[in-house]
Write a protein that binds this ligand. Structure first.
Ligand SMILES: NC(=O)c1ccc[n+]([C@@H]2O[C@H](COP(=O)([O-])OP(=O)(O)OC[C@H]3O[C@@H](n4cnc5c(N)ncnc54)[C@H](O)[C@@H]3O)[C@@H](O)[C@H]2O)c1
Length: 337
């Protein structure tokens, strides 16, 4: 296993869970985390690692070549998790997504090409690059077909990764995962937003008719899959990651309200988001058959764990629970926050 590891975006939801996962699982791992402390970040996410000698934090931007040039040759593997991630915000402010997700990935690839050609890279991408799956499930052979500026910026980053593998022989693999949920997810995302608004007895905004389907995975299972690809992934290959938990948004809202013992009539249907994909679904046979990774957490149990975590950690989410973060239709807010 790679022991000198650079993680980008490690103060965000998946990044912080991943840093903690790696340091708990691999005692000899030395991990450097570069995060610009953008919207998704919270330094409190990794307070527990502050006194761990194996962990180094650098406040910095992956769009900064001078910083990356210095850091990439001090490690033997990189997991690129940093990104702007909220679809609704990408509709209001697409340029930020182009900068961080596409130019950021490109800048990292350039630093690798020039300063550490041998480093292993795992590019953490998303099922959203395939666009909506009206029927069946996408395999890795499906072409990118993004529907919004977020997924377009991620797909463009993926294309640069594949091109740098083919042109320069960079040892990069791409993971594409379905919707994550779990502790430390910013309240702007569906599941924490429903939990927090329900705890505050506020109406739960559900876009359109609530029939949009996402395929959910507990964040711990995603972290284990990224670690597996770091170890066993073949350069130039894409790996879908999914746990087979397809749920309509309205079903998710109902389950959360039931767990919190809140009335169903908190649900209010609001105008649908433009370009809202109806269904995402991935076939993850490849990672399962080629590496042995399998999801371990059942959807209902991990949803219960997640609800419990938000109930017990109000001090964590309260500073983020602003009106704009919890807004019912954020894509209608003008400009970026
Ligand atoms: N959340 C999901 O359901 C999901 C599903 C599949 C894939 N992904 C991918 O996983 C990654 C992480 O998602 P998340 O939900 O944890 O996001 P998040 O918004 O919680 O965290 C993103 C982190 O990246 C940092 N960041 C952004 N731009 C940066 C830059 N230019 N330089 C340095 N740091 C920067 C932010 O400060 C933040 O800490 C993203 O690449 C996303 O596309 C997310």
């Amino acid at each position: 296993m790679y022991m000198k590891l650079l993680v980008t975006g490690g103060l965000g939801f998946i990044g912080s869970n991943f840093c903690r996962y790696m340091l708990a699982k691999y005692p000899n791992c030395e991990l450097t985390n570069i995060d610009k402390i953008g919207i998704g970040a919270n330094p409190a996410n990794l307070l527990d690692l502050e006194n761990d000698d194996r962990y180094t934090f650098i406040k910095g931007d992956i769009c900064n070549p001078l910083l990356l040039n210095k850091v990439v040759n001090q490690v033997d593997a990189i997991v690129n998790i940093a990104a702007e991630t909220h679809v609704d915000r990408s509709i209001v402010d697409p340029n930020t997504f182009l900068q961080n997700n596409t130019i950021g990935t490109f800048t990292l690839l350039e630093a690798i090409r020039r300063h550490n050609h041998k480093v292993k890279l795992v590019q953490v991408s998303t099922d959203e690059v395939y666009g909506q799956a009206l029927e069946g499930s996408f395999t890795e052979n499906a072409p990118p077909n993004p529907s919004n500026p977020y997924s377009a910026s991620k797909a463009a980053g993926d294309m640069f990764v594949l091109a740098y593998y083919k042109t320069y022989g960079i040892k990069a693999s791409i993971t594409r995962c379905t919707n994550n949920f779990g502790p430390y997810q910013l309240p702007e995302k569906l599941i924490p937003k429903i939990i927090i608004r329900a705890l505050k007895n506020l109406p739960i905004p559900i876009y359109g008719k609530g029939t949009n389907i996402r395929d959910w995975i507990y964040v711990q299972d995603h972290c284990a899959a990224i670690a597996t690809i770091l170890e066993k992934g073949i350069p130039g290959e894409i790996y879908n990651i999914s746990a087979g938990n397809e749920e309509q948004n309205i079903e998710i809202a109902n389950k959360i309200l039931k767990l919190l013992r809140k009335p169903e009539n908190l649900i209010t249907f609001v105008e649908d988001r433009p370009g809202h994909d109806l269904r995402y679904s991935l076939d993850s046979t490849k990672i399962q058959s080629q590496t042995g990774w399998k999801p371990k957490f059942s959807f209902n149990e991990s949803l219960e764990l997640t609800v419990k975590w938000y109930v017990e950690n109000e001090h964590w989410w309260k500073p983020f629970a602003t009106e704009s973060i919890l807004h019912p239709t954020p894509w209608k807010l003008s400009g970026s926050r």
